[in-house]
Design a protein around this ligand. Sequence first.
Ligand SMILES: CC(C)(COP(=O)(O)OP(=O)(O)OC[C@H]1O[C@@H](n2cnc3c(N)ncnc32)[C@H](O)[C@@H]1OP(=O)(O)O)[C@@H](O)C(=O)NCCC(=O)NCCS
Length: 225
Amino acid sequence: MDGGHLRGADSVYIFAVDKRQPIQGDRRMFFNQIANSIKSRGLFGTLKWGYDGYLKVNNFIVFCRDLAVPVDMRLVKPGIEMKEMSLLELRCLRAQNDRLPVEFYCDETKGFKYCYLAFIDDHPAAIYWLVRPEEKSRFLILRDGDLELNYAVVLPQYRGNRIAESLMGFILNDACSKGFKRIFSVIHVSNIPQYKPMLRLGFLPVECLTHFFVWRPKATLRYLK
Ligand SMILES: CC(C)(COP(=O)(O)OP(=O)(O)OC[C@H]1O[C@@H](n2cnc3c(N)ncnc32)[C@H](O)[C@@H]1OP(=O)(O)O)[C@@H](O)C(=O)NCCC(=O)NCCS
């Protein structure tokens, strides 16, 4: 550590400069991911998550929806408040709720910037992240006008109340108003609870993907016009 001071108009600012080599980009996010996972899943849960993610064959279905068709927001149940949040707002929320699951940390672990949250009685109930073409998608090569909806969770105590459907509907309409044309989502084949709200919202399956260890191909989307 090194340090010094700066003299402003009527105050002196003491500052410290950390001269240690910063851990860059992907490597820093990898460490953040492990640290967040241990905090949220525990050590055994983190080992299982690593085993499931890399040492098992994982099949995914790629879903797509045209954003030109608006979602009828009468489907939203009363009492759910939804909004897009800035990363600063999300950090404040995390500071007040330190037991939120890993999906609330995708800015630190994946470098994402765009998230939407649902609240029930002022408590965070769900989060979904949007991946834009300039960001790194795990499954897709996104073009201009495309989005990926992913890294979602509804907190266990709020599941089964159609919050996922409401929040995704809100996101779809917001993305359309911002000029995006298509939205994708890639879901593990076993994740029936996530298929159901997506099918109700008009998402269609367009491709299957298989990942194993470092074999992690991206979708070709060859059947999409
Ligand atoms: C997938 C998920 C987001 C769905 O959210 P949700 O708001 O509970 O969705 P819904 O209320 O529409 O329920 C969908 C299905 O979940 C199942 N479900 C119902 N109650 C449930 C409960 N208490 N716990 C778990 N699943 C339940 C039902 O099969 C339900 O289908 P139905 O509406 O036809 O009865 C949520 O289950 C979740 O966070 N899962 C863990 C993380 C995850 O898988 N994220 C998606 C990765 S992309």
